[in-house]
Design a protein. Structure first.
Length: 228
């Protein structure tokens, strides 16, 4: 699976965020969440105002139980973490073995801080919308298959990104009302809004207020969002 070109297009466009339908996975891998619809094209400012508001309820969240772990959706021995590292690599990755399952090193520029990393051990794969946030915003009512598909979403390049461990630790499960990255904030806000819209997740009132303020402070950009 390789959507490197889509990811590079995202970076080149800055604020242009395009969500595409995920590739079909074998039955033993991450199950398909649902049939993808055609893409909806809107602006960042319109998309944020269209997000439905509901109270966030995180009671009962258990990531391992309800979202699982990284999967190898296409059966090539690379799990989701490895797939993201490969597609975001600025060069040819080196692997820990001849089977090319686990990435050892390459060069990555992390969007949270625009810093360059050469060892895979120095970056984490960040869920733009954390599983904890998703659970409280509607995922608690999903099927297990849909939650696993969300957790391993390679169909949209802004869902999962390699980021510095220090900043993913600072972010933890925070929404944009509590944390935004030091760099590329408008891109991050656009990605957050796209993921929420793509998966039909709600926002709470403080989250929406923060998103509207942030979006209105960003340049107008067009989002093409394929809903799942």
């Amino acid at each position: 699976m390789n959507i490197k070109s889509g990811f590079l297009a995202l970076l080149a466009a800055g604020l242009l965020v395009t969500a595409v339908a995920p590739a079909a996975a074998p039955a033993s891998a991450a199950p398909a969440a649902a049939s993808a619809s055609s893409a909806d094209v809107t602006t960042l400012q319109e998309a944020v105002r269209a997000l439905p508001v509901a109270a966030e309820d995180n009671l009962g969240f258990d990531r391992d139980r309800y979202f699982g772990h990284w999967v190898d959706a296409d059966g090539d021995c690379q799990d989701t973490r490895a797939e993201v590292l490969v597609q975001e690599s600025k060069g040819s990755p080196n692997y820990t073995s001849a089977q090319r399952c686990t990435v050892a090193n390459s060069r990555w520029v992390t969007g949270f801080d625009n810093r360059t990393h050469k060892s895979a051990t120095t970056v984490q794969i960040d869920h733009t919308v954390p599983a904890h946030e998703a659970w409280g915003s509607g995922a608690r009512s999903w099927t297990q298959d849909r939650r696993i598909a969300f957790y391993n979403d390679l169909g949209y390049p802004g869902s999962l990104n390699a980021q510095p461990g220090t900043l993913t630790k600072a972010k933890q499960t925070s929404g944009p009302e509590g944390w935004v990255p030091p760099s590329n904030r408008c891109t991050y806000i656009a990605q957050w809004i796209t993921v929420k819209t793509r998966w039909g997740l709600t926002v709470d009132s403080s989250e929406k207020a923060a998103l509207v303020r942030s979006a209105d402070a960003c340049p107008t950009s067009r989002l093409s969002i394929t809903k799942i």
